[in-house]
Design a binder for this molecule. Structure first.
Ligand SMILES: Cc1cc2nc3c(=O)[nH]c(=O)nc-3n(C[C@H](O)[C@H](O)[C@H](O)COP(=O)(O)OP(=O)(O)OC[C@H]3O[C@@H](n4cnc5c(N)ncnc54)[C@H](O)[C@@H]3O)c2cc1C
Length: 491
C-alpha cells in the first residue's frame, strides 16, 4: 500500500490536462491542496493500527492486504465494513472522503464484465481485461474516480434520439487494437486528483444504443482527456486555524476522440449489460451514502447542538425537537445501509426478471434498503440547512472576516460583542462561527449541498428503483384480504 506522500508524488508525475483559472494547471495547484489532503486521509488510515482493520481488506485476487477502497466485496461483512469505514473517515475530514466512487465503480464493473463475456459465449475478454487492470490497481493502491453522468442533452430523449449524438459518451470507432470514444462526463468528483478514471454508462439502453454501452478505465491524464475544474475549498485562515481544511474538486471530463486500448475496455456494445452497469454503480454508490450522509449528519448535529449551547437555548423544547430531526435522518439512513449490508448477496434485481445471481461472486447490497436510505437522506439536506439556519440566527451570514477579527483597532470591540456566554472562550466562539459559516453560508456549502442531494442520482431515480423493485402487489393483497374483497387479485 502507498503512503499519502507516494500518492502525491504519483499525481505530480501526471501530464497537465487540468483547466482552471484561465490556465492549464498541474496537480500541484493550490486549489487542489485540500482535495488531495482529503484523499490523503485514506492512505493514513490504512497505515494507522487502530483504523487498519476497518480500512484494509484481503484481496480476493492476490491474498495481499490492500486498501479497502480498492476491494471487491466478498461477503456481507465487507459491505458492513465499507459502510463503517466511510462513516468513520467522513467524520475525520468533516465531509465526503472522496474515494468511494472508485470502489463503487470497480464492484459494478467486476460483475458486468463477467456477465457480458458469459452472454458472448467467450467471444470477448472483458473480465480478463478488468481483472488484469484491477490487479495493478490494487497492487499500486491507486485512486479511482467514476465518470458516469453524461451531459444528457434533452432530458426526455434517449441517447440515440439526441440531436447531438455526443450528448452521451459513445464509441465512434472500433479498431483492431481498441476503441475510440467521444463525449463529456460531468460533475466528476475528485477526477482531477485521481490516478484513474473509470467510465460507465448513465442509463438503461436500447438495442439501437449499443455504442453507448461502454465501460473502460483510463489514466486521469490520458491522451485526449481534458478536465475542466470546479474546486470547492475552505478559505485559508492564518490565525483561527481549523482542525481539518476540507475540500473537493469536480470536473467536466471531456473525451476528445480518446483511444482506449482493448486491455482497458470492460464493455463495448452489450446494451443490456450497459444498463445494468449503470444501475449497479448507482446501487453501490447509494450504499456508500449510508456511510457518508450519517457522518455529515454527525457534523451537522454537532454544529446545531454547539450553536444552541453558545446561544444559551440548548434546553428549550423546540431545539430538542430540531436536534432529534438530525438524529432521525442520520440513523435511519445508517440503519437502511446496515440492513442493505446484512441482506447483501451475490444476486441482483434484474429489471423484468427479478432476483438472479449476477457476476463472479462479489457481494451486492440489498437494493431496496440502499435506495430508501439514500432517498431519505438526500431529500433531507435542505431541511437540515434550514434547521441550522434557525438555531444559529443570522450570525453566520454577517460574521466579520479574519482580518478584522485580528485588527487591533476593532478586535476588542468584536470580542466583546461576539461573546455570548462564559463556558466557551471568545476565541473558540469565533472559531465556531467561522466554521459554521464555512459549512452553511458559503460558496462551498452551496455546491456541497447540491452534491448531497443529487450525488448517486436525484431522489426521483431512487424512487423509481424503490417502486419498481418493492412488492407492492403483496401489499395490495393484504388490503384485499383485510377488506374482504374478492376481485382484482388473490384473496
Ligand atoms: C457535487 C456533485 C458531485 C457529483 N459527483 C459525481 C461523480 O463523481 N460521478 C458521476 O458520474 N456523477 C456525479 N454527480 C452527478 C449526479 O449523479 C447527477 O447530478 C444526478 O444523477 C442528476 O443528474 P443531473 O445533474 O444531470 O440532473 P437532471 O437529471 O437533469 O435532473 C434535473 C431534474 O430533471 C428531472 N429529470 C431528469 N431526467 C428526467 C426524465 N427523463 N423525465 C423526467 N424528469 C427528469 C430530475 O428528476 C430532476 O428533477 C455529481 C453531482 C454533484 C451535484
Amino acid at each position: 500500500m502507498r503512503t499519502k506522500q507516494q500518492y502525491i508524488d504519483g499525481l505530480n508525475k501526471l501530464k497537465r490536462n487540468l483547466y482552471f483559472g484561465g490556465d492549464k494547471v498541474g496537480r500541484d495547484h493550490e486549489a487542489l491542496e485540500q482535495p488531495i489532503n482529503v484523499i490523503g486521509v485514506t492512505f493514513d488510515a490504512a497505515q494507522d493500527p487502530e483504523l487498519a482493520p476497518l480500512c484494509t481488506a484481503k484481496s480476493h485476487l492476490t491474498g495481499e492486504t490492500i486498501n479497502r477502497f480498492c476491494h471487491v466485496h466478498q461477503s456481507t461483512q465487507d459491505l458492513h465494513d465499507k459502510q463503517d469505514m466511510t462513516r468513520t473517515l467522513c467524520r475525520k475530514v468533516g465531509f465526503c472522503i472522496g474515494r468511494c466512487m472508485g470502489v463503487d465503480a470497480i464492484n459494478a464493473v467486476n460483475a458486468v464484465s463477467f456477465e457480458a463475456d458469459k452472454s458472448n459465449n467467450g467471444a470477448t475478454e472483458y473480465h480478463k481485461n478488468f481483472i488484469n487492470w484491477l490487479t495493478n490497481f490494487q497492487k499500486n493502491d491507486l485512486v479511482g474516480s467514476c465518470a458516469q453522468t453524461d451531459v444528457k442533452g434533452h432530458r426526455l430523449m434517449r441517447p440515440a434520439q439526441q440531436p447531438d449524438p455526443d450528448s452521451y459518451l459513445h464509441i465512434v470507432e472500433r479498431r483492431a487494437d481498441g476503441i475510440v470514444v467521444r463525449g463529456c462526463k460531468v460533475h466528476i468528483t475528485q477526477a482531477a486528483v485521481a490516478d484513474e478514471i473509470l467510465v460507465v454508462p448513465t442509463r438503461s439502453l436500447g438495442p439501437d444504443e449499443a455504442d453507448y454501452a461502454v465501460a473502460f478505465a483510463v489514466p486521469a491524464d490520458h491522451e485526449g482527456v481534458k478536465q475542466v475544474l470546479h474546486p470547492h475549498f475552505m478559505r485559508n485562515r492564518k490565525q483561527f486555524k481549523r482542525g481539518f481544511d476540507w475540500g473537493v474538486v469536480d470536473s467536466y471530463v471531456v473525451f476528445d476522440d480518446v483511444f482506449v486500448p482493448w486491455e482497458r475496455v470492460f464493455l463495448a456494445g452489450e446494451h443490456q449489460h450497459g444498463g445494468l452497469c449503470a444501475l449497479l454503480f448507482a446501487l453501490f454508490h447509494r450504499h456508500s451514502y449510508s456511510g457518508c450522509k450519517p457522518a455529515i449528519g454527525d457534523v451537522l448535529l454537532g454544529m446545531a447542538a454547539m450553536a444552541a449551547e453558545i446561544n444559551g437555548i440548548e434546553k428549550t423544547s423546540h431545539v430538542r425537537g430540531m436536534l432529534a430531526e438530525f438524529v432521525k435522518v442520520s440513523e435511519l439512513g445508517y440503519a437502511a445501509g446496515f440492513t442493505a449490508s446484512s441482506l447483501g448477496s451475490t444476486q441482483i434485481n434484474i429489471p423484468g426478471l427479478g432476483k438472479a445471481p449476477y457476476g463472479p461472486g462479489g457481494f451486492f447490497p440489498d437494493s431496496v434498503y440502499a435506495n430508501v436510505g439514500r432517498c431519505l437522506t438526500g431529500e433531507a439536506v435542505f431541511h437540515e440547512q434550514e434547521l441550522l439556519c434557525d438555531i444559529a440566527g443570522g450570525v453566520p451570514s454577517t460574521f466579520p472576516f479574519e482580518q478584522e477579527l485580528t485588527n487591533e483597532e476593532v478586535k476588542p470591540f468584536l470580542e466583546k460583542y461576539i461573546n455570548r456566554q462564559s463556558k466557551v472562550s471568545v476565541e473558540d466562539q469565533i472559531k465556531f462561527w467561522l466554521y459554521f459559516g464555512d459549512i452553511t453560508c458559503s460558496n462551498l456549502n452551496g455546491s456541497i449541498t447540491y452534491g448531497s442531494f443529487h450525488g448517486g442520482g436525484s431522489p426521483i431515480m431512487e424512487q423509481i428503483a424503490i417502486v419498481s423493485q418493492y412488492d407492492i402487489k403483496a401489499r395490495k393483497d393484504i388490503v384485499r384480504n383485510l377488506a374482504g374483497m374478492t376481485t382484482g387479485g388473490k384473496k
